[in-house]
Design a protein around this ligand. Structure first.
Ligand SMILES: C[S@@+](CC[C@H](N)C(=O)[O-])C[C@H]1O[C@@H](n2cnc3c(N)ncnc32)[C@H](O)[C@@H]1O
Length: 321
């Protein structure tokens, strides 16, 4: 236990009997959050204040720190809550991402379960969903339409699309067993499991016939692993230590999985079907060049789109004819 917390406890925290939550600590949520923010700051933990507030809110059963208002904000937290925050804070000091510590995270309008080492969805990927949903507006009325997501991870993209396009079916594939299992759990959690087909499948090595058999799709969507291998070592400890490297490392040019998708998409898409990819800022130009070099020319560029930071991020392609 951290010495400062021991001092706080020594100030008069009555320990509750196991299983009882009656003991009050004398420490308010605000004081506790400020205390751990200070410790995180001293230990150079990124986003010290946010991390501390998220952990305190979680221990108090609140959605976020701002929502702890009024009496709840002024009254002391229980001794059990104090100890729970300490346990979680010790994890954070080991650089475990808060999303894995609290076991859930919001993506658009959904709260998803999070489990290491499945990739924690990033904010820019919310824009990928918006792009696909806007373009697939006409799929709203088609009971036949299907979208294939390659590399579903936690299920964030697939499930967000299912919520936005009511009639559509999604085929969600991932090579990782942990990702498949988490997507399945999140689909059940959100009661979307009837409209999603979840399949463990490696797009680079498993037979394409398995996917062809599921029928032509209207769109292929992917946020593939796209970090250049040489850049992997620059990543923060939160990512390097706890997230699956094969969810991130895209090979020498960050395009290993992307190229696999580009080769197979024309065989899986219906005529004039779309491909939406997320990449890093060098990729829109690299993908355009790569497509020009391919003799078949079965996909053409519709547009590249910048993310909310103004960086080229998304690539929208269409099957020719
Ligand atoms: C960047 S993560 C994206 C996860 C999720 N779609 C999201 O946006 O949060 C890439 C995902 O692709 C999966 N993946 C990597 N290589 C793959 C392959 N060859 N075939 C299928 N999935 C793959 C990883 O397991 C990982 O879940």
């Amino acid at each position: 236990m951290h010495p400062l917390l021991r001092r706080l406890l020594a100030k008069g925290v009555p320990r509750s009997a196991p299983g009882r939550r009656t003991g009050r600590s004398g420490v308010t949520a605000g004081q506790l959050a400020a205390y751990w923010a200070g410790i995180f700051y001293q230990h150079r933990i990124p986003d010290a204040q946010d991390s501390s507030r998220i952990l305190v809110a979680h221990a108090l059963g609140a959605k976020n720190f701002i929502s702890i208002r009024g009496r709840a904000a002024r009254s002391p937290v229980s001794a059990d809550q104090l100890l729970l925050v300490e346990k979680m804070a010790q994890e954070r000091l080991k650089r475990v991402p808060v999303q894995y510590i609290i076991g859930e995270w919001d993506f658009l309008d959904m709260t998803l379960e999070m489990r290491p080492p499945v990739l924690i969805p990033r904010p820019e990927t919310e824009e990928l969903v918006g792009l696909v949903a806007a373009d697939c507006e006409e799929l709203r009325h088609s009971t036949e339409a299907a979208i294939l997501e390659v590399g579903c991870g936690s299920g964030a993209v697939s499930l967000a699309l299912l919520r936005r396009i009511p009639q559509v079916r999604v085929i969600a594939i991932d090579k990782s067993e942990s990702a498949i299992s988490l997507t399945r759990d999140n689909a059940h959690r959100l009661r979307l499991h009837h409209r999603i087909h979840i399949l463990q499948h490696d797009i680079l090595s498993d037979p394409i016939e398995r996917l062809v058999a599921l029928g032509p799709v209207s769109a292929v969507v992917s946020n593939p692993p796209y970090i250049f291998s040489e850049d992997m070592s620059q990543l923060e400890p939160e990512i390097l230590r706890y997230e699956d490297p094969s969810a991130l490392d895209g090979g020498l040019d960050g395009m290993d999985v992307m190229k696999g998708i580009l080769r197979l998409a024309p065989l899986l898409l219906q005529p004039r079907g779309d491909v939406f990819l997320e990449g890093e800022p060098r990729h829109p130009e690299m993908v355009t060049k790569w497509l020009e070099e391919q003799s078949e020319g079965r996909l053409h560029l519709v547009q590249t789109v910048k993310d909310f930071c103004g960086k080229p991020r998304f690539i929208h392609l269409r099957r020719c004819g």
